[in-house]
Design a protein around this ligand. Sequence first.
Ligand code: FBP
Ligand code: MG
Ligand code: MG
Length: 340
Amino acid sequence: MSKITTLNEFILERQKDFPFATGELTNLLNDIAVASKIVNRDVNRAGLVDILGAKGETNVQGEEQQKLDVIADDAFIAAFKSGEEVCGIASEENDDFVAFDDEASKNGKYVVLFDPLDGSSNIDVNVSIGTIFSIYRRVSEPGTKAVKEDFLQKGADQIAAGYVLFGSSTMLVYTTGKGVNGFTLDPSIGEFCLSHKDIKSPETGRIYSINEGNLDRCDPGLKEYAQYCREDDSSTGRPYSGRYIGSLVADFHRNLLKGGIYVYPTTNNCPEGRLRLLYECNPLAFIAEQAGGIATDGHQRIMDIEPKELHERCGYYVGSTQMVEKAMSLLKHKEAKITV
Ligand SMILES: O=P(O)(O)OC[C@H]1O[C@](O)(COP(=O)(O)O)[C@@H](O)[C@@H]1O
Ligand SMILES: [Mg+2]
Ligand SMILES: [Mg+2]
């Protein structure tokens, strides 16, 4: 039987890459693994226990919260509070950041921004969903309460990032800036085990992922790109296949492994964009770049954007380098925001 490497073993092994490591990031990544297993348990039996459907409240985005959005949010916040590494969090389901005020947490070195449940529109129909996380070193003084500046850091300053995919199997994929590795949860032993070592995304691919319902309301260059994807040209492997699950994590993961492009443009009814910069676009951009791909808002590198607001949105073009560059080359508008 081939050697099994658990997530914990892998993290400890890789801790050697960081000469001044204190073990805090190791503990934090393990907290994320524990919370993921708890959410996985609930996702797997969602139809059997009363956790499907809406909670009956709306979040700061004005979106109806699903019960699982809140269950996942609570599970991750509890995990982050349980340790001493995290001094505060920001999440899609909380209006403002939460600074932990117990003494141990106030000395925590990290802040975490996360989307507890991604793909909420797919929860009730048993389609893959996920969690996305982004980790930064705080900029405020340890021993004090976390402040907004700790969260409004640009993506290039991320210490670690990743996602959990609740699909036919449950996977955790992460980077600390030294490559991307994927772990599959083995329910029989309750461990995440290394299954996808050093993931590299193909330079190009044959999959494009766009909600085509938006194509008449975004940069006409993107409509042109979608047309380009559908044209017959065997020398470039076209026509490409259209694949759109409607869960960013799942669409991103497939394209990461197979090669492809995912686009959620700004549109004239969503001029700011739909996806959130800090806890959706930045963490996946870190993964994409570490795997050899790129991530932009159509005009600039996502991880160079200086965030101004916690729930700030942006256009998103991510995936195989050649495909994203091709799409960007066709855009007509000089800047990201569509002005009608
Ligand atoms: O239904 P649309 O407009 O295509 O949007 C789908 C996108 O919205 C999202 O569901 C937004 O994320 P949340 O589910 O976390 O709010 C993405 O996962 C997905 O890619
Ligand atoms: Mg999301
Ligand atoms: Mg969400």
